[in-house]
Design a protein around this ligand. Sequence first.
Ligand SMILES: [Zn+2]
Length: 306
Amino acid sequence: MKDRHIIESIEKTSMPKVIILGGMHGNESSGIEAIEHTLQLLKKNQQVIKKGSIYFLKGNIAALQKGERFLDKDLNRLWKKSYILDEKNNISEIRELKELHHLIVEKICQNNFEDCYFMDLHTFSAQSGIFCIPSGNKKSLDLAASFQIPFIEKLAESLPGTAITYLGNQGVTGVVLEGGTHQTQQATENLSAGILHMLATIGVIDSNWNEVQKAQVRLQNEGKKYPYHLELSYRHQLENSSVFKMKEGYYNFKRIEQNEILAQEKNKNVSSPTNGFMLMPLYQKKGSDGFFIVKEIKDIYTKEKS
Ligand SMILES: [Zn+2]
């Protein structure tokens, strides 16, 4: 199966199908590096592959070449029927969207989503943190919980036009993995660990392989630093990111108080509407959200003892 978005595929049996995508945002090269690292490991240890087909994809190719988040529009806000079927609009990201959509939905999943898995690799501009975002269905939530790192409900649904929500609505089991700060070795290693964990959890690779065990210990150790099960409490959406300035010193999962001043927007203070934890404070030029606030949920999901 040849396509410019396929980095490489490993096809052992037809099911399950696992799609691992890096570089949905062109400035997030760690996802591509993690894929390349994982591919090398798998090629050297082919005996660990038990079943299924793994497709390693790159997202926004034109933006990756320039090292920019996107050229015209954020590719991860366009996953809607209106854009996918848009015949007139020929901007760079619409072309990437149509190709990726055709590849994933028609060629790989063949419109049969029950046994399809999707992992979308990302990094962020803030310092510290690792977390995952499940799509809205129960299988995705269970998968997200298995990483032993923070996982955040209701976040994917709050962001219109993301691939995770679009594919999740079709019945794909999927998670976004946010591995760490842009272009850091730590983010690449976290994303690599996440890929191995996901492949082992689905049963595609041998979970007793020492590389899987190392990866899972890494995720557990990273996860220990942060709250575990959270949900979105507030999203600070931006119309124009050039008039927004986050105050210095915020990072993922920093505790914040109601009314705390978090940013400046059009020279006015932006204060927190609620208590909670900071998530994805914007410290880069391009972006459609200034920050998110999340709250911890105590419930049936508990971390495994390490
Ligand atoms: Zn991203």
